[in-house]
Ligand binder design. Structure first.
Ligand code: ADP
Ligand code: MG
Length: 695
């Protein structure tokens, strides 16, 4: 058997391959572009393209594609072959620097939210040399950013790169104040833990809802759900283990550092975590991971569900965005240090994150808002829609001490004076690992847990980076002009704690009492996408995002429209699928069962004269169910028709929230009740117990 060390990254045009295939001069020039963003010379691009092509052809590739992340939520690719006609009627394989650097996909059918009028349908993709090219299915993939011809971002990578640059710029200002002159760049890193469900493909094929929407729109709870908690970290079934091994291998070939795999809380639910990487690379890798997960599942007769809530009543799937900021010198700025100065610097960055999360709760919430994730936030075992920060008791006590000018704990005798006292050591892996907090400090990083399993991590990180960059800017402005740095620093941290401690909550986030408490503290509770998304256009958010060059104002409005359109479209597809299943499958099945039972009653009565009390009662109840389902379907049909009347996206999204989703719930509960009374062999598709325990 092949060794992992031998095939790891074998499909990636990585640093090792670059070094081996490029001339020294070209390699160094490309490295400068990768590390420092210096513009790439066309002669260098030509040389890189030629080397890439030769390497890819050697590996059996025939095509190349500019791979990008439009606002649809999935990645997009258009494949071109390397072939070029030769004068003698044969072909040669060609790939120029121009083709590497820039592509021009027909952009007219990607969502632009009005940014790109259809008569100017052109957009272009630009190579992101910081993310390695790779080969998948015989095609050389070139990670790219996607812009309109006038330079507006049409994707998620462009603003992500801009947000990383914003945080780099502001963090460098802060580090300079601490005398950290060696640092040349600051980058954010992310390790996204990815949850998913596996179901049997044959069963999946029988469910229109899974096929069309990725989640079950109907289904009563099975006798056994996740009450026993016996699945979490449980032993992995052979078929799943084979899938996971195959998946690891495919990911490793693509240079993705898949590290941890285990069962999750819900039956049929699992998790995969990679080792963390620079944010834009982590984003590309996570996107690729989701694609490979789904592809490999098919080989094993399985379907991988990435929907946030494939099954009502059991845990949904999320993605934990483990996030930290570090310097090119290898220092993690969210790691408490050993010297007083390091600690003061750590506390300043900590304070910046606390303030950023409090000031921009709305942006963080809307960065993860989708129709799918709405089912999860606030539901069983998921973070609530309210944003709060978990710091743990020890760190909270340190902040309390600073705020009150009191000594901390038993260690320091004097009151805490930053820059003088050593911050007491606190355990990196505190035992009270709070799993219910949407934004938890976990020793040297923050874990943003509100992301949905199918979300691109780009959106969350764009807004997180932007918010923190903004607060660092405010801090730097203040501190740079201070006469007494240590005093100004102390006052700034103290004031920040005082003003923003309402966002800190170390208790149980799933407790209803917390929602009430959060309301008292004035925290936002944006329960749905329709509630959250419009806030991106709030004055304070537009000002902040534009001032750091993350988005233009036009881009912000277009993002709101695109995200709300996605929401409305998604729910509309679900509603239409429900109507179809109810009318063509469920209602006829239940009616047939009722009719068969009724004719059995009449035969039985005429033959034996028996009262048939059970059957008569059943037929009456089933008929009632059929009537209820019919009425609820009619109501939902009216909602679908009603939605067509809207021409503006914001009111349409409110209609979806207020009318369509409740109508869907009503139909679902009528059908789920009917399901529990209908004989299994009459039911048109596999029920929850089969789906959840059938692999
Ligand atoms: P868990 O949360 O499941 O206990 P860990 O906390 O060890 O697991 O790690 C979860 C994820 O966090 C992994 O993807 C890991 O690579 C990532 N991670 C660890 N350290 C950092 C860091 N400094 N910055 C960003 N991500 C990190
Ligand atoms: Mg975790």
């Amino acid at each position: 058997m092949e060794k992992v060390t031998e095939y790891f990254g074998s499909m990636v045009f990585d640093d090792r391959i670059m070094k081996a295939t490029l001339s020294d001069k070209v390699y160094r020039s490309l490295k400068r572009t990768i590390d420092r963003g210096t513009p790439l010379d066309i002669s260098v691009a030509n040389a890189v393209a030629a080397a890439m092509k030769d390497w890819a052809i050697e590996k059996g590739a025939t095509h190349y594609t500019h791979w990008f992340q439009p606002m649809t939520g999935v990645t997009a690719e258009k494949h071109d072959s390397f072939i070029s006609p030769a004068p003698d009627g044969r072909v040669i394989m060609e790939f120029s620097g121009k083709e590497l650097v820039k592509g021009e996909p027909d952009a007219s059918s990607f969502p632009s939210g009005g940014l790109r009028a259809t008569f100017e349908a052109r957009g272009y993709t630009a190579w992101d040399p910081t993310s390695y090219a790779f080969i998948k299915d015989g095609t050389l993939y070139i990670p790219t950013a996607f812009c309109s011809y006038t330079g507006e971002a049409l994707d998620k990578k462009v603003p992500l790169l801009r947000s990383m640059e914003a945080i780099n710029k502001q963090a460098l200002r802060i580090l300079k104040l601490f005398g950290n002159d060696k640092v040349k760049s600051v980058k954010t890193s992310v390790g996204p833990e990815q949850e998913y469900f596996l179901v049997d493909r044959e069963m999946w094929k029988k469910r229109k809802d899974l096929i069309m929407t990725g989640r079950t729109l109907f289904g009563a709870m099975p006798p056994k759900g996740q009450e026993m908690d016996d699945h979490y970290f449980g032993s992995i079934k052979p078929r799943v283990a084979e899938y996971m091994a195959d998946l690891d291998k495919e990911l490793w070939k693509l240079g993705i550092l898949a590290k941890t795999k285990h069962n999750e809380v819900a039956p049929a639910q699992h998790e995969l975590a990679p080792i963390y990487d620079t944010t834009n690379i982590a984003a590309d890798h996570n996107q690729l991971t989701m694609e490979v997960m789904q592809k490999v599942a098919l080989r094993h007769g399985l379907v991988c569900l990435l929907h946030e809530k494939p099954f009502a009543g059991v845990n949904g799937s999320g993605k934990h965005n483990n996030w930290s900021i570090s310097t090119d010198q290898g220092e993690n700025l969210l790691s408490p240090g050993e010297t007083p100065a390091e600690n003061a610097q750590f506390l300043l960055f900590l304070a910046a994150v606390i303030k950023a999360v409090d000031d921009y709760q709305d942006l963080l919430r809307l960065s993860v808002a989708t129709a799918g994730n709405d089912h999860r936030l606030g539901a069983n075992e998921a973070p609530p829609a309210v944003i709060s920060i978990f710091l743990g008791d020890e760190l909270t006590a340190v902040l309390d001490a600073i705020e009150a000018d009191k000594p901390y704990g038993g260690t320091a005798k004097e009151k805490m004076k930053l820059g003088v006292d050593v911050l007491p050591q606190f355990s990196k892996d505190s035992t009270d690992r709070n799993r219910t907090s949407p934004f938890a400090f976990t020793g040297n990083k923050f874990e943003f847990r509100m992301l949905g399993s199918s979300n691109s991590i780009s959106c969350a990180n764009i807004h997180l980076n932007a918010a923190v960059a903004e607060v660092l800017r405010q801090f730097a402005d203040k501190l740079e002009s201070a006469k007494n740095f240590n005093k100004a620093l102390h006052d700034l941290i103290k004031k920040t704690i005082k003003d923003h401690k309402r966002i800190i909550f170390n208790g149980n986030g799933y407790d209803d009492a917390w929602i009430k408490e959060a309301e008292k503290r004035g925290l936002m509770n944006l329960r749905t996408t329709a509630d959250a998304m419009p806030h991106i256009c709030d004055k304070k958010n537009i000002e902040m995002l534009t001032s750091h060059g993350i988005f233009t104002e036009a881009e912000i409005y277009s993002r709101r429209d695109i995200m709300l359109e996605n929401y409305v479209k998604q729910v509309n597809i679900e509603a239409s699928t429900m109507i179809d299943m109810a009318r063509k499958e469920i209602i006829p099945a239940v009616a047939r069962f009722a009719a068969d039972t009724a004719s059995a009653v009449s035969v039985k009565k005429s033959v034996s004269g028996a009262a048939c009390r059970y059957e008569t009662k059943l037929v009456t109840e089933l008929s009632g169910c059929v009537d209820d389902m019919d009425a609820a379907t009619t109501e939902l049909e009216a909602a679908v028709a009603g939605l067509r009347e809207f021409t503006e996206i914001v009111p349409a999204s409110e209609f979806v929230r207020d009318t369509m989703l409740p109508a869907m719930d009503k139909l679902r509960s009528a059908a789920d009740k009917a399901e529990t009374m209908t004989a299994e062999d009459y039911y048109p598709f596999p029920a929850y117990d089969k789906l959840l325990f059938g692999v």
